[in-house]
Design a protein around this ligand. Structure first.
Ligand code: CA
Length: 389
């Protein structure tokens, strides 16, 4: 029964809905949009001739099969290549970043780290046309239709304000776009014009994009001059409180025997929570409100940790020093590409070796793991990488 149901569901999501259904839905959105200040002319100019893109619904329904371990996540987002490119960007845009620090009080390394994690420093690509993707999600989405309708209306506002031409509005299926991957409603609230041309342009203006990121972090509670926190060491058998949001003064943490990761006394920091991303047997971090500001960007602690570690490495500090509770480390993007090349040499079809791990690569890893006598995980880890030598 379950299998039949899934087949039916897949079939339904891939079937193009009737033209009249889409037209009727758009008419409803149009009256909402007009009620929120979008002119009928703007709506008609942008939306006429648009057809639904049902791939959006497929992507919306495509839940990842398993949770990515935090060490895999960090290994790809904070790798040597990203650090080198980030340092080059820090120097190329030094004067803009100085002005941004003066205007917003947000540290340049954090701003550049967000840029690097969000779009690999502006590798935006073409992406989906937002009016099409968002109207599809608003009309045929399996959840949050009102949310996507709001994002579509925000997109129309961006166009109507003259910030961006419609053809520049390309991004993810869910609507994030530009150098810093803002959602349209976030764009309206927090994007700024920093190059002084009168338009907020997070697609083609790096000063606008970086200043908008700084503005976002500032509005999310960034404390000027403070650090996001640092890695710490727990005493053996630690069973005290933990969690990002349980902020306490440093004396409380030091009284529980917590030290810096090198064993030295805790150095000054605003109130901090004790983050244990992989439990008490993995690396531990004291995190301040500046960590929370990065968290606000994407509502994930592993994301905020990636931003924080990348910002540290951009400053020349080391990455995570504690051991993750695994004997199968994560791979950098370069290593993932190399893993794919190794699989190709073994005769597997993994598509183009680009370091992006899709279904073909996962299937090949599973197969080769069996041949090598390893547990079949399908995960691009250090064990299978090294066993293939
Ligand atoms: Ca501008």
């Amino acid at each position: 029964m379950r299998a039949r149901f899934l087949v039916a569901l897949t079939f339904a999501t891939l079937t193009l809905p009737a033209k009249a259904d889409f037209a009727g839905c758009l008419a409803g959105i149009r009256s909402h949009a007009v009620g929120q200040g979008i002119s009928g002319a703007t709506f008609d100019k942008v939306m006429s001739g648009i057809e639904p893109d049902m791939k959006v619904i497929e992507l919306m329904n495509n839940q990842p099969e398993f949770k990515t371990p935090v060490w895999d996540y960090l290994a790809t987002l904070v790798d040597d290549q990203k650090v080198a490119e980030g340092r080059a960007m820090l120097s190329k845009h030094a004067s803009t970043l100085t002005r941004i620090e003066q205007a917003y009080g947000v540290d340049r390394h954090a701003v550049v780290a967000v840029w690097g994690v969000e779009s690999d420093f502006g590798q935006i690509g073409s992406g989906r046309y937002l009016p099409q993707a968002l109207s599809t999600a608003a009309c045929f989405g399996t959840r949050r239709r009102e949310f996507f309708r709001g994002e579509l209306i925000a997109t129309l506002k961006i166009i109507q304000n003259g910030d961006l031409e419609p053809e520049k509005l390309r991004g993810s299926w869910a609507g994030a776009f530009g150098h810093t991957q803002f959602m349209p409603s976030t764009y309206l609230r927090l994007a700024v014009d920093f190059d002084g041309d009168g338009r907020r342009d997070l697609v083609d203006s790096i000063p606008d994009a970086l200043a908008s990121t700084a503005n976002y972090l500032k509005k999310s509670g960034w404390i000027t001059g403070a650090s996001w926190g640092y890695e710490v060491r727990l005493p053996a058998g630690y069973s005290g409180p933990s969690g990002r949001t349980g902020k306490q003064g440093l004396e409380s943490w030091s009284s529980r025997g917590i030290t810096k990761v090198d064993g030295s006394a805790l150095s000054p920091l605003p109130a901090a929570g004790l983050l244990l991303p992989a439990g008490a047997n993995g690396p531990a971090f004291l995190v301040t409100k500046n960590f929370d500001a990065a968290y606000a960007y994407n509502a994930a602690e592993s994301y905020a940790l990636a931003i924080s570690m990348l910002s540290d490495r951009l400053r020349g500090k080391p990455g995570v020093r504690g051991k993750w509770p695994t004997d199968d480390r994560g791979l950098s993007r370069a290593e993932r590409k190399e893993l794919q090349e190794k699989l190709i040499r073994r005769g597997y079809d993994v598509g183009k070796p680009d370091g992006a791990i899709g279904a073909l690569t996962r299937a090949a890893i599973k197969d080769v793991e069996a041949k090598l006598g390893l547990p079949q995980t399908g995960r691009p880890g250090g064990k299978v990488f090294e066993a293939l030598d």
